[in-house]
Design a protein around this ligand. Structure first.
Ligand code: GDP
Ligand code: IMO
Ligand code: MG
Length: 428
């Protein structure tokens, strides 16, 4: 299995970091293909916790080449802080590579992101405020700054000037803020140029050569299917394509080279930020899931909204990503409930549907139709064989597998690298 894509199937924070780290034990390259430091991916090794925003989770595995693909947006200050942080903890990030075509998040886009959110008031999206949306907008508007621009000072200055020509008008006239000095921005970006130079690669060439040589490449998504700009709950989404197709456009590897697509799915559902969430629990049960699941954002620290498993969303994610396998995480968090509801369909204005409603209005009106499954009370955190799980826990997994119409190949029963039940090998 030389090329494997790992994506999130819900609204993020499914445990992609753990899955990537685990699969990364058997691969040669781990490449991030979308998003930026809006992501927060947690890896726990021997009780030691690492939280990654920009660095691919593979950076902790000796011998793996971690790559930041062209589809990622890079905040250089965050990147170097993150490298310094892991180096201070005795890890080596010297093999990190970065695509010449990746876009940079300039400081003015962080300001724009936060100012726009404040301006929207009650209609805000609840972004992470990291400048993600404005930077992807600049990319599409063809006024973005790329990593390669750091190596041509006069081009870089021209580009920053032309981007700020428009944005300063907005800052001054619409947002009533001071203008930003383009030369100060360019100077700051240029201060990183020499450190970035040795990391820069042609991502497409490196990865295709690696695949030709029989190497194994893991593609790590940020965010998730329901936050996808095309397939998610627009406009309450991020500004990139975290779905499987994004792995191709975000790295320069063609779809014919991808062998499998693994979707990470939480045993229940969470969401951070605004937007519709049919199975959300606004009562004590939601609070219980948040507490028992430790559901607080890795990036912003915000409490995550929590709810029961939504199998309509999971099946939808299987379809739009062409998933070959699911990895279910956090089954251990569901221990101790008498029964566990699973959403099997929606009631949309009096009509039952088992598919995602066609329109945003339909999804806003969707009310979950639940099936109650028996719970279990035994501690399952030490279980490593599927057959050793309590029967009710096995049945829970099997029912979601049936509803998703996709096999669940691994099950997480704890945050640690080792706390996993494998049912089908994902690599090899
Ligand atoms: P990501 O953004 O998809 O990488 O996920 P996050 O790291 O934001 O959030 C997932 C959280 O769940 C992290 O704190 C992980 O350490 C933790 N986690 C992952 N898998 C499991 C699991 O199977 N059981 C438990 N209890 N925690 C897990
Ligand atoms: P990982 O990779 C959960 C959400 C934000 C907000 C919306 C848009 O850890 O799963 P943005 O800053 O991207 O413009 O915000 O997307 N969001 C995430 N939610 N996990 C993430 O990443 C997220 N990245 C963005 O909360 O609702
Ligand atoms: Mg996360």
């Amino acid at each position: 299995m030389p090329a494997v894509v790992v994506v999130g199937t819900q609204w993020g924070d499914e445990g992609k970091g753990k899955a990537t780290d685990q699969l990364g034990q058997d691969v040669d390259y781990v490449v991030k293909f979308n998003g930026g430091n809006n992501a927060g991916h947690t890896v726990v090794i021997d009780g030691e916790k690492f939280a990654f925003h920009l660095l691919p989770a593979g950076v902790l595995t000796p011998g793996v080449v971690p790559i930041i693909g062209n589809g990622v947006v890079v905040d250089l200050e965050v990147l170097f802080n993150e490298i310094a942080e892991i180096e201070a903890r005795g890890k080596d990030a010297s093999s990190l590579r970065i695509s010449a075509n990746a876009h940079i998040i300039p400081s003015y886009n962080r300001v724009l992101d936060r100012t726009t959110e404040r301006f929207l008031g009650a209609r805000q999206l609840g972004t992470t405020g990291r400048g993600i949306g404005p930077t992807y907008a600049d990319k599409m508007n063809r006024v973005g700054i790329r990593v390669q621009d750091l190596f041509d000072e006069s081009i870089l200055r021209q580009k920053v000037h032309s981007a700020l020509d428009q944005k300063n008008g907005l800052f001054l006239k619409v947002f009533n803020r001071p203008a930003i000095d383009p030369d100060e921005v360019a100077d700051e970006l240029l201060s990183y140029a020499e450190r970035v130079r040795s990391m820069v690669i042609d991502c497409s060439l490196v990865l295709n050569d690696a695949l030709d040589a029989g190497k194994t490449v893991l593609f790590e998504a940020g965010q998730a299917t329901m936050l996808d700009i095309d397939h998610g709950t627009y406009p309450f989404v991020t500004s990139s394509n975290p779905t499987a197709g994004g792995a191709c456009t975000g790295t320069g590897v063609g779809p014919t080279r991808i062998d499998s697509v693994v979707g990470v799915v939480k045993a229940y559902t969470t969401r951070v930020g605004e937007g519709p969430f049919p199975t959300e629990l606004l009562d004590d049960m939601g609070e219980r899931l948040r507490t028992e699941g430790g559901e607080f954002g890795v990036t912003t620290g915000r409490p995550r909204r929590c709810g029961w498993h939504d199998a309509v969303v999971t099946r939808y994610a299987c379809r739009v990503n062409g998933l070959t396998d699911l990895v279910m995480t956090k089954l251990d968090v569901l221990t101790g409930h008498a029964t566990i509801p699973v959403c099997v369909a929606y009631d949309v204005d009096g009509e039952r549907t088992e598919e995602m409603p066609l329109t945003q209005t339909g999804f806003h009106h969707a009310k979950p139709i639940y099936e109650e499954l028996p719970g279990w009370s035994e501690d399952i955190t030490g279980v490593r064989e599927f057959s050793d799980l309590p029967q009710a826990a096995q049945d829970y997994v099997l029912r979601i597998e049936e509803l998703a119409r996709t096999r669940i190949s691994a099950i997480g029963v704890g945050a640690g690298r080792e706390a996993t039940i494998t049912r089908h090998k994902l690599l090899g």
